[in-house]
Design a binder for this molecule. Structure first.
Ligand code: ZN
Length: 315
């Protein structure tokens, strides 16, 4: 039984309007769903993805009016966004510079060209050349030309105080393979690479062990959780059973309407989710108009007026 890649990553923003402007206007991603946090309906939950809202491409944000994240261990340290080829990285370096976004340099890391940068709230991101592997579904209304658009997520970098504990979860429970390690760009750490499914940049977790760093305090500019893909309902139920057999505390199966979810914490405390590829974002809206109006799952629909009144305008 194999997870097939990164499904989505959910991060935290304290400024929904600026977040929308950055991810659609600067990064050129498609807003594919504008909804509310199902556990706190005063907060937006915004989903950015490729042109078809494909699994493996969603970067999502909870809009919470919180302080900035204090960076540290027990957290996701950087999120990879895949692009195709060296030319794309040159394009992005120029574009981000022109739009006032500070970036690092285009550098080869772990055999791939990368360009690290941060969003306006300090969310750590990196563009990674995936060599054009796998699918691309560009968004025709993006301000970024199709060939240079972000193709999806991966790899995701975790920072933990004790590698062996996280490794046991990734390898023994989640059936990933430890495939290699490499030196961090500053030369100070080894980064360990775990692959799931067919592997490659869309299906890797990179782990840094840092014993000397305090634990992160979650906040704006940080990550809430990372989700992994499972192809169908049968494999999803099998994962639920497997976590129970290992004695791992988990959320139980939760229907998130656009996909089915199962949450648990790996042993260093980072929140993981296993999510099904389907049914997808076009279950309650037409593919052409995804994200244009506030979408609510059926159980919240009766409260639409009240929920809409409690949300800030995004434009
Ligand atoms: Zn999630």
């Amino acid at each position: 039984m194999q997870l097939t890649g990164i499904h989505h990553l959910t991060a935290i923003s304290a400024h929904a309007k600026g977040n929308l402007a950055f991810y659609t206007g600067v990064l050129g991603m498609r807003l594919v769903k504008k909804t509310v946090n199902q556990d706190d309906v005063s907060a937006y939950h915004l989903f950015y993805a490729d042109g078809k809202a494909s699994p493996g491409t969603d970067l999502t944000f909870f809009d919470w009016p919180t302080a900035r994240e204090h960076r540290g261990t027990h957290s996701v340290a950087r999120t990879g966004l895949r692009v195709n080829g060296e030319k794309a990285l040159g394009f992005w370096q120029d574009r981000l510079l022109k739009l006032g976004v500070h970036t690092g340099k285009v550098t080869e890391v772990d055999g791939r060209l990368t360009l690290p940068f941060e969003d306006p709230e300090g969310q750590r991101l990196v563009l990674v050349d995936d060599g054009g592997t796998g699918e691309a579904n560009p968004w025709e209304k993006s301000p970024v030309q199709a060939e240079h658009q972000i193709r999806g997520l991966g790899p995701i970098v975790l920072n933990v105080p004790e590698l062996s504990r996280t490794e046991r979860a990734l390898v023994d429970v989640m059936n990933m393979k430890r495939v290699r390690d490499y030196a961090s760009p500053d030369g100070e750490h080894r980064i360990h690479v775990y692959a799931m499914g067919a592997g490659g940049p869309a299906a890797e977790i990179h782990v840094i062990e840092q014993k000397d760093l305090p634990p992160a305090r979650q906040g704006a500019g940080g990550v809430h959780h990372v989700a992994f893909r499972t192809p169908d309902e049968a494999s999803y139920h099998a994962w639920t059973k497997r976590l129970s057999e290992f004695g791992i505390n988990h959320s139980g199966e939760i229907d998130r309407f656009y996909f089915r979810s199962l949450y648990f914490r790996e042993p260093n405390g980072i929140l993981f989710e296993i999510a099904t590829d389907g049914p997808g974002f076009a279950t309650d809206e037409a593919m052409e108009t995804l994200g244009e109006k506030l979408a609510l799952p059926p159980f919240l629909e009766p409260r639409r007026k009240e929920i809409e009144a409690g949300l800030k305008p995004l434009k």
